[in-house]
Design a protein around this ligand. Structure first.
Ligand SMILES: Cc1cc2nc3c(=O)[nH]c(=O)nc-3n(C[C@H](O)[C@H](O)[C@H](O)COP(=O)(O)OP(=O)(O)OC[C@H]3O[C@@H](n4cnc5c(N)ncnc54)[C@H](O)[C@@H]3O)c2cc1C
Length: 571
């Protein structure tokens, strides 16, 4: 499928909107000079445009299969994976002490955005390995780091994340997989995990499963969970893949989309595992991996949206229907106001979601580089917003992509529908967007809303700076930030049930206001004129007003949601 990574857009965002130079100015990331960043973006674009994007359709039409207990991947995926690994893209943010490149996580997010637009199903594989690398760097013993990290960073081995069980989805604490000490420092892992992405493949090397399980004396709930490394092939004394471990793929899930990514039901049958971190400390360790992956799933949404948007734009420029309403029109459907609306809306949403996600990635880098508490709070606050808005944007834009194609969008041969089917899971996995919202209004507001209000201050300062050049747009953004601030104050004073009732609309309202902030800043960076200003005006005049309705929903409270009983819903 043709795809052109939006390299210029990434550079504009990093240089002109988000101030990436602050990351490059730190000692830790001093090597991320503008020249290096430009070279990385250009190389990543080349790989994704030329090598990965051509694999997109085979990943849908000839998805992964299970043959005699072994997963066979889509044609070309193994070669594509090797190109990713050999290019050094998997370990780009890994610690150089263990074979990583030590680059900022922000650049990792840029790469992930591109690969998700090129072929989401394949891109999910390195994403999981990258999450595992971070979890091991933070929690594993030196011995485990020395064995696994170089091989994961190089892409020789891949990583998975095993949380979900039939009775334990959002409620991870309900898991029942057992870990019994073997008496030699290892553990026997027994249980079934479902929905395990890339639980097996035919790329060679080894597959390293991070598995959440319960020790015999474990407390109930999340407090009693421990994390284990359970490799498919047990490394021998030289660290080479050796004897087969007692685990297997029982079946592959039949899915709506993402057919190129094998989603496995895994059986652990007394498999040998090694503890990662402390006994009963599994959730803390898993959170490291999940936090990284949550933002990256938001980024996946943005990438898929970009792919769908490019596809729809190309079709709109070609498809002729009726007479153009414009005297000097192209003669294709792009001349119609409603088609313009759909395309501009898609572009405006992608820009806003991308800015928020990269701002979150930068906050993570600044946190790592400076250890400052404000960056920790900023990254924590933005993560659920970036995940949910990026993946909601994927739903909207892939839907619009099909709509722009008309009937040809619904017919599989154009590939427009694949984006929509592939993207559908993004609001569900890595914590549903409802769970993200609960995190935002719960844990992320334990500070009484302080981190959120600091962001409102920044938005208002940006609006003040833009008043001279763009008074109307600036006033709208300033007013929206004030409403958001009042809503944060109101929420912080509510009990959890009230907060949870308004959590999803609040999360969306927050994203709307933040999106407007970044659009305004982009327009100002472009001198308050031209296409950047026009795009900002579209977002601020047509999409930002939704924040008022969303805030009204947030404040409507819980009682109304329980005024209808389940039997009323059924009648
Ligand atoms: C294609 C695919 C790939 C996946 N890959 C992996 C993987 O690699 N590893 C892995 O471990 N898992 C994986 N998952 C599992 C995924 O993370 C879960 O599906 C997800 O966490 C939701 O759990 P669930 O499906 O059991 O839904 P449930 O938890 O049953 O949720 C159903 C609904 O109830 C809502 N809900 C649940 N609890 C609450 C609450 N407390 N408050 C408000 N609303 C609530 C949810 O938001 C949702 O709308 C994958 C899933 C899919 C479909």
């Amino acid at each position: 499928m043709p795809y052109a990574a939006p390299a210029r857009e990434f550079r504009f965002l990093l240089d002109e909107v988000l101030g990436f130079d602050a990351v490059a100015a730190t000692e830790r990331f001093g090597e991320a000079t503008p020249e290096t960043v430009n070279a990385i973006i250009a190389e990543a674009a080349k790989l994704n445009d030329d090598v990965i994007a051509p694999l997109q359709r085979a990943g849908d039409t000839r998805g992964a299969r299970l043959e005699n207990g072994v997963v066979r991947t889509s044609p070309g995926f193994a070669e594509g994976y090797r190109a990713i690994a050999e290019g050094g893209w998997i370990g780009m943010a890994g610690d150089p002490e263990h074979g990583g490149m030590g680059l900022p996580f922000t650049l990792n997010a840029v790469f992930n955005d591109m690969i998700s637009g090129a072929a989401l199903a394949l891109g999910l594989n390195p994403l999981l390995t990258q999450g595992q690398i971070e979890a091991l760097e933070t929690h594993a013993s030196d011995e485990m780091k020395a064995l696994y990290l170089p091989r994961l960073n190089s892409g020789e081995w891949t990583g998975t994340m095993n949380l979900t069980e039939p009775q334990a989805g959002s409620d991870v604490g309900a898991l029942s997989t057992k870990a019994v000490p073997n008496g030699d420092g290892t553990y026997a892992i027994t249980g079934q995990k479902i929905y395990i992405s890339w639980g097996d493949h035919d790329f060679g090397g080894n597959i390293c499963h991070l598995v959440l399980a319960r020790l015999p004396d474990a407390a109930p709930g999340t407090r009693g969970i421990s994390l284990f490394m359970v490799p498919k092939l047990i490394p021998d004394a030289a660290g080479e893949p050796g004897e087969r471990n007692a685990l297997r793929v029982v079946s592959l899930e039949h899915k709506t989309g993402l057919h190129g990514s094998p989603t496995c039901v895994m059986a652990y049958e007394g498999a040998t595992g090694w503890l990662v971190g402390q006994e009963h400390g599994g959730m803390a360790a898993m959170f490291t991996m999940m936090n990284n992956a949550r933002l990256q799933v938001g980024v996946q949404g943005i990438g898929v949206a970009e792919g769908a948007y490019q596809h729809a734009l190309a079709y709109a420029l070609e498809r002729k229907q009726g007479r153009s309403p414009l005297p000097d029109g192209t003669g294709s459907i792009i001349d119609f106001a409603d088609v313009r609306r759909m395309l501009i809306e898609a572009k405006a949403e992608i820009f806003a979601a991308r800015a928020i996600a990269l701002a979150c990635a930068m906050a993570i880098d600044m946190e790592k580089a400076t250890g400052a508490a404000e960056w920790t709070a900023r990254a924590a606050l933005l993560t659920p917003i970036a995940k949910s808005y990026g993946t909601d944007t994927a739903q909207k834009v892939t839907y619009l992509g099909v709509q722009v194609h008309g009937g040809m969008g619904y017919i599989e041969e154009t590939g427009a529908a694949q984006y929509a089917r592939d993207a559908r899971v993004l609001t569900i996995y890595e914590g549903t967007n409802g769970i993200q919202a609960i995190d935002l209004v719960g844990r992320k507001m334990m500070d009484g809303g302080e981190a959120a209000m600091r962001l409102c201050d920044e938005i208002e300062a940006e609006a003040e700076a833009a008043r001279g050049a763009m008074p109307d747009l600036a006033e709208a953004v300033w007013g929206a930030a004030e409403s958001l601030r009042e809503c944060v104050e109101w929420l912080a004073a509510q009990d959890m049930q009230e907060r949870f009732a308004g959590a999803v609309p609040f999360q969306s309202a927050f994203a709307r206001v933040l999106g407007a902030f970044y659009h305004l800043r982009a327009a100002r960076a472009a001198g308050g004129a031209g296409p950047r200003r026009a795009l900002a005006a579209f977002y601020i005049e047509r999409l930002l007003p939704e924040h008022a309705a969303l805030i009204a929903q947030t404040r409507a409270g819980a009682a109304g949601l329980y005024a209808l009983e389940p039997e009323d819903l059924a009648s």
